[in-house]
Design a protein around this ligand. Structure first.
Ligand code: ZN
Ligand code: ZN
Length: 495
């Protein structure tokens, strides 16, 4: 039966499993999961037929829940359904958003990163999934995209009303393509013909959401296990963490297979003491962040023996997800994984992302030498990557290439004083100063004569440097910023 409720049209019918009313808010919804008995039902004219029973939802501590409402591009939407998927590298959620005029969109959620997408017409037949190889470039509807992931995925649970309901546990391909305009195109081979969605990254704060899930003490408690190396209790705070270090013995424990059973671990000696302690809270870029992870990394330019080091703090905010605070010799910066795929010039000298052109500053090999805390990707000591850092004024763009993936992060430089204040470490402000701040800080306590002398010395040094070095070689000297992470799985798209 259909009924009018204000200007919202509802369709409601009794569940064939338990008789409870099952409601449909969108005419696009053909399937639903009964909220009382978890029966899966399909609409057949005016009645519902039972097709099976849904598996239990995985508690991913999402701030979202059914019937949360918000706005996208000034239009209201309501979350009416939820699909939980797994793939070999982890899991993610797709929220079905009912928009006006019976349209439905998809808000995908992955480790605190979000992409809002709408159904999209490819304007040609979707290529077979196995022809879309990761790294290849292809065009749809006049736009060029890079294939960034091609995974076999399977539905693990669902909730609410749904425009389609893949069979539980049956695997199918999900291909994701991205471009330098920040667009994310996903092709879902779970339906025939494949369904395509086009979207871009969103921040929950910008969606003006109401009806979010209340935080409860229970959510924050976390899971515990005993360290496989020393037996001390270790507590995991995030549902999707893949690695954690033991606070007692600094061993890195692999959580990628879950925490039941035997856990693989690697010991670390010579602990590095982070300047900002794990667990610290700091106010940066309009949000409250918690330091949840720390990495010390070392780099060297190809063909150069000289090593340089830097630190990366993994920060977490419930609505913004994960970001990196980078402490390098030449200054502090904050970066996060990009949603789109920047386009790099053939020789690596420039990269373009969101209509901004960046110049390469440094190119170097990097190695992770120490880790502490909790990570949403699998960290290893000795993990090696090849990095390129690009800049455009204060804006930064970094590329990291490992054996099997190419990842990007973008962000901006931060003033060292601002970082110290953010983490309430003003008393230790001097320890935060880096090369970018030195001319100012050095001048503050000196007389005129000293400053003139310093300026003369700097000019002499510059002259010497310009005569002895090939200025086209951008690889020497400091490195700027990075942000290593678990690849596009953190981009919040479909897989
Ligand atoms: Zn029921
Ligand atoms: Zn231990």
């Amino acid at each position: 039966m259909a009924e009018e409720n204000g200007n919202q049209r509802y369709y409601r019918a009794p569940c064939p499993g338990c008789g409870a009313p099952v409601e449909f808010r969108s005419a696009q919804s053909t399937h639903a999961v009964c909220p009382y008995c978890q029966s899966t039902v399909v609409r057949q004219g005016d009645t519902l037929a039972r097709t099976g029973k849904m598996a239990e939802l995985f508690d991913d501590f999402s701030p979202l829940q059914l019937f949360a409402a918000g706005r996208i591009q000034d239009k209201p939407f309501t979350l009416i359904g939820r699909l939980q998927y797994t793939y070999p590298g982890g899991r993610w959620t797709e929220w079905i958003a009912a928009l006006d005029g019976d349209r439905t969109g998809v808000l995908s959620e992955d480790n605190g990163a979000y992409v809002f997408a709408l159904p999209f017409d490819l304007q040609r037949t979707a290529p077979p999934w196995n022809e879309l190889r990761v790294g290849a470039t292809t065009a749809f509807a006049g736009q060029s995209y890079a294939v960034t992931s091609n995974e076999q995925v399977a539905l693990t649970s669902a909730q609410g009303e749904l425009p389609h309901l893949p069979e539980l546990g049956r695997s199918f391909a999900m291909v994701e393509l991205r471009n330098d305009k920040g667009l994310v195109l996903s092709i879902d081979y779970g339906t025939q013909p494949p369904a395509s969605y086009l979207g871009r990254s969103v921040q929950l704060e910008d969606l003006q959401l109401t009806g979010l899930r209340e935080e409860s003490a229970k959510d924050e408690k976390g899971r515990s296990f005993n360290c496989p190396n020393c037996g001390s209790p270790v507590t995991v705070n995030f549902a999707d963490s893949k690695s954690i270090t033991c606070r007692s013995c600094n061993s890195i424990v692999d959580l990628s297979q879950g925490i039941g059973g035997e856990l693989k671990h690697a010991t670390q000696d010579e602990p590095v003491r982070p300047l900002i302690a794990l667990g610290s809270m700091g106010q940066l870029q309009g949000a409250q962040w918690q330091v949840v992870g720390f990495q010390h990394r070392m780099g060297s330019a190809p063909g150069d023996d000289e090593l340089f080091g830097w630190d990366e703090y993994l920060l977490y905010n419930k609505k913004r997800g994960f970001s990196f605070l980078v402490d390098a010799e030449d200054g502090w910066s904050m970066v996060k994984p990009t949603t789109g795929a920047p386009v790099m010039a053939e020789n690596g000298s420039t990269a373009t992302y969101l209509n901004k052109r960046y110049q390469q500053q440094y190119a170097y090999n990097a190695e992770t030498t120490y880790v502490a805390g909790e990570f949403y990707w699998q960290v290893e000591r000795g993990q090696k990557t090849f990095n390129r850092d690009f800049a455009s004024g204060g804006a930064l763009l970094s590329m990291e290439r490992s054996a099997n993936e190419l990842t990007w992060s973008s962000g901006s430089k931060l003033d060292s004083g601002l970082v110290a204040t953010a983490f309430k470490l003003d008393a230790r402000k001097d320890m935060f100063k880096r090369a970018d701040a030195l001319p100012v800080s050095a001048a503050s306590g000196m007389g005129c004569g000293t400053i003139v002398l310093i300026v003369v010395v700097i000019i002499i040094v510059l002259i010497i440097m310009s005569t002895c070095s090939n200025t086209n070689d951008s690889s020497g000297g400091y490195r700027s910023s990075g942000g290593s992470y678990g690849g596009y799985s953190s981009g919040g798209g479909h897989k």
